[in-house]
Design a protein around this ligand. Structure first.
Ligand code: ADP
Ligand code: MG
Length: 417
């Protein structure tokens, strides 16, 4: 069902309670917390400016880190208020709490087009518990509710779900912000009736993480390309040797069932024909958890059995070329999960080749390309191709759940059009 968006609202003179994703990385410098990457704040500016131009009185709420119900000074949103002031070019009032008299006073003083930011909503355990009384307290300053934090929409928390219910019950409107609107458009509407051929690329670490997505997309896709460590569970299920590769022995039946379903639905289901493997050897360095940091030696490509002392780390060159060919013929592409351990340059080639093909299909053949999953987005940015695809989701876990077909509580709570 289509949801109301900020474009449908008239918020002049109204108090707009706006849930944003300001969970930005911070670092301590000279006793002060400094934002090291303001992308998430920058991304909200379109929604903020639209509401400011309409004359709304904006009250922003967000979470930062995991303070677990306590006032952790290092997780204060105050630095975000300063950054927002700078980016918006207008003052941003900061309330050092998210509920209570102080907040009500600040909200009452706001004039049309003015902005306030509330302190970290997770300073209260009631937020994640979606406590109804807490949601009522948040809603005290809300005439209209807007949610632009897609990445938090898969959680039914007070600021993502509870407060929307309160506003709706009073007859107030609950709408998606522009970021949320784009996520729903690309991950939802665009994949509802995709232009064909529709090619789905699935990778990442585990079959168990992606099986629901595989299952659902088998009903829509023309081709599914499998990569990443999850391919080795399929290999294992076929009785092939996987050496020391990351596998889930208890998911072999699941893997075979997915292949059987593909056959039945006449979906072209492809597994890697070659694999880049290496022998892991411990170095004398220890990681944060006290375990030895591994190095990888004897890096080479195999087409059949992975040697007993070796581990698979990426799709091979032959697979990458084959996948690229299929991708270049696609009209819709959905990619979730890297093709290998791309964080290590020695194992990034397969992922990069697929990224290049997705970019080329988009730029030269007019394909629509949609990237979901935090690490997939990282891989695309690492390959410097982030701006060459149609859409990169900011949702992480929320995108995965949405692609699985789950109803996200933060989306369900918004008003229907
Ligand atoms: P996303 O965040 O895009 O949904 P996942 O979290 O499912 O992706 O998977 C990404 C992780 O999987 C990356 O950290 C990558 O290093 C890892 N990975 C992919 N292939 C392999 C492999 N063959 N061996 C070990 N790790 C792998
Ligand atoms: Mg991930």
């Amino acid at each position: 069902m289509a949801k109301l968006t900020v474009r449908d609202l008239n918020v002049k003179g109204k108090r707009v309670f706006l849930r944003v994703d300001y969970n930005v990385p911070l670092e301590e410098k000279d006793g002060k917390m400094v934002i090291t990457d303001a992308t998430r704040i920058v991304e909200t500016l379109h929604t903020l400016k639209l509401l400011i131009e309409q004359g709304g009185r904006l009250i922003l709420t967000a979470h930062l880190g995991r303070p677990k119900g306590k006032r952790e000074a290092t997780m204060s949103l105050r630095p975000v208020a300063d950054k927002l002031h700078e980016l918006l070019g207008q003052p941003v009032a900061f309330a050092d709490d998210c509920i209570g008299e102080h907040v009500e006073k600040i909200a009452a003083a706001l004039k049309d087009g003015e902005v306030a930011l509330l302190e970290n909503v997770r300073y209260y355990n009631e937020e994640e518990a979606n406590d109804p009384a807490f949601a009522e307290k948040l809603a005290k300053v809300a005439d209209v509710y807007v949610n632009d934090a897609f990445g938090a929409a898969h959680r039914a928390h007070a600021s993502t779900e509870g407060v929307a219910r309160v506003v709706a019950k009073r007859g107030g409107q609950c709408a998606a912000g522009l970021l949320m609107e784009r996520e729903l458009k690309f991950l939802g509407d665009e994949l509802e009736k995709p232009a064909r051929p529709f090619v789905v690329i699935l990778g990442g670490a585990k079959v168990s993480d992606k099986i629901k997505v595989i299952d659902r997309l088998l009903e829509k896709a023309d081709t599914i390309l499998i990569g990443g460590a999850m391919a080795y569970t399929f290999r294992l299920a076929h009785g092939q040797k996987v050496g020391k590769s990351l596998v889930e022995p208890d998911r072999q039946a699941m893997a075979l069932a997915a292949e059987a379903k593909a056959k039945q639905l006449k979906v072209n289901f492809e597994l890697p024909s070659d694999v880049v493997v290496a022998k892991p050897v411990p170095t004398d360095k220890l990681n944060k958890k006290g375990k030895p940091v591994m190095d990888f030696v004897n890096i080479h490509t195999v087409t059949d059995a992975i040697p007993d002392d070796a581990e698979g780390f990426s799709i091979g060159e032959q697979t990458a070329a084959h996948y690229a060919k299929i991708i270049l013929g696609a009209k819709t592409i959905l990619w979730n999960g890297p093709m290998g351990m791309f964080e290590d340059a020695r194992f990034a080639a397969g992922t990069n080749a697929v990224a290049k093909a997705v970019a080329e299909a988009t730029q030269k053949h007019g394909a629509k390309s949609i990237i979901g999953g935090g690490d997939s987005v990282k891989a695309l940015n690492q390959a410097k191709l982030g701006d060459q695809v149609s859409f990169m989701s900011t949702g992480g876990g929320a995108s995965l759940e949405f692609l699985e077909g789950a109803v996200l509580p933060g989306v369900a709570a918004l008003s229907d059009k």
